[in-house]
Design a protein around this ligand. Structure first.
Ligand SMILES: NC(=O)c1ccc[n+]([C@@H]2O[C@H](COP(=O)([O-])OP(=O)(O)OC[C@H]3O[C@@H](n4cnc5c(N)ncnc54)[C@H](OP(=O)(O)O)[C@@H]3O)[C@@H](O)[C@H]2O)c1
Length: 333
């Protein structure tokens, strides 16, 4: 049967361009014994993919020009030759950026399409949600009375970090890049202080106003200027959870900031980087703690839905200019 997939055409230089990708029609073989055919409904675009399409080193293998892109997706089994899956089952897999794929049951995870919209398994109940939960609750062990600062706070990971911190009894400060995002953080995520970093002439001073007694936990999604401003404002014995550094993913030169790493010593700080895939043992606890709160509306979430597979490269590129509120997904079918 005919299939379509998006391939990397060339390694991007700086911010990726549409022309770095191409849509290709392919032939797909029918599933063999023990395999299933899945029709993708939604696929995820994520900042980590920028590292994968670079030539340079990162924490995982690079994807090469000519190869199909990969990543989280949710779809329905349309044909099954495997006892463990039936036609009609919804599954989360790693073969996004294409209409259909053939796989084996052990490579996908069945999700309950009745309990929550299936797209949430790419966002608040999926990998980004797990990232927020593991980083804040397991690694930083956030607790009542602490002041937590979150950057990229209205995105997929950040929006849940803010609300988990709020529900844990923390004072929450969120930074994001537009007035709409600041309004969402204030009204829907109900953080204590939201700021638009694009309008800030002095991030250090603005953070000082927001956290006069210092920051106990900085959940860093951005790096560079945000990390520098947080370091300047950390409380003694504070923790920095290094989740991502999106501000430097497209950099063609080494970033100028942070220039104040001495604060790590002076304030006896603890910095911990992590990759969510190392912590999947917490998945069941995460779902049991977070899914009921999402279902009954205590945790708010947003999705920015881009229509059609051919627009996936643009959706991915737009992550770097902040056009998404909450999780950016592409609706394929
Ligand atoms: N460690 C892990 O296992 C793991 C797992 C998932 C994600 N992450 C990391 O977590 C971070 C957030 O990921 P996500 O999936 O939740 O993405 P996201 O926040 O939904 O989308 C990215 C957001 O980053 C902000 N941004 C882009 N360029 C920026 C810049 N130069 N300065 C400040 N903000 C910028 C934009 O929001 P604004 O409008 O606010 O600028 C954009 O909407 C990323 O760094 C990602 O790599 C890490």
């Amino acid at each position: 049967m005919k299939n379509r997939e998006i391939r990397l055409k060339q390694n991007p230089a700086g911010v990726p361009k549409d022309s770095d990708f191409e849509l290709v029609e392919t032939e797909l073989q029918a599933p063999s014994e023990g395999e299933v055919l899945v029709r993708n409904h939604y696929m995820s675009v994520d900042p980590y993919m920028r590292g994968r399409i670079s030539k340079g080193a990162s924490y995982a293998d690079n994807w090469k020009p000519g190869e199909a892109m990969r990543g989280g997706c949710v779809g329905v089994v349309v044909e099954s030759n495997a006892a463990k899956l039936r036609a009609g089952d919804f599954v989360v897999g790693e073969k996004g950026w294409r209409d259909y794929y053939v796989t084996r049951p052990e490579k996908v995870r069945v999700v309950d399409a009745e309990a929550a919209p299936v797209s949430t398994h790419l966002g608040v109940l999926g990998m980004p949600g797990m990232t927020a939960y593991v980083g804040l609750m397991k690694l930083a062990a956030a607790h009542a009375g602490q002041t937590v600062f979150v950057s990229a706070a209205a995105g997929a990971v950040g929006s849940l970090v803010c609300q988990l911190a709020r529900d844990a009894g923390c004072r929450v400060i969120g930074s994001a890049g537009s007035p709409e995002k600041v309004a969402w953080l204030t009204n829907r995520a109900r953080v204590d202080f939201a700021m638009n970093y694009r309008e800030s002439s002095n991030l250090v001073a603005d953070l000082k106003t927001a956290a006069p007694d210092g920051i106990d936990i900085y959940f860093d999604n951005v790096g560079t200027d945000h990390l520098e401003a947080a370091l300047e404002n950390m409380a003694m014995h504070g923790q920095i959870v290094c989740c991502g550094m999106i501000s430097s993913y497209n950099a063609t030169e080494a970033p100028a900031a942070p220039r104040n790493l001495s604060h790590i010593v002076w304030k006896r700080l603890r910095l911990q980087g992590f990759i969510v895939s190392d912590h999947w043992e917490h998945y069941d606890t995460f779902i049991s703690e977070v899914a009921p709160r999402v279902r009954d509306g205590r945790i708010a979430y947003e999705e920015t839905v881009v229509e059609a597979l051919e627009n996936a490269p643009r959706a991915f590129i737009d992550l770097f200019s902040g056009s998404n509120l909450g999780k950016m997904v592409v609706k394929i079918a």
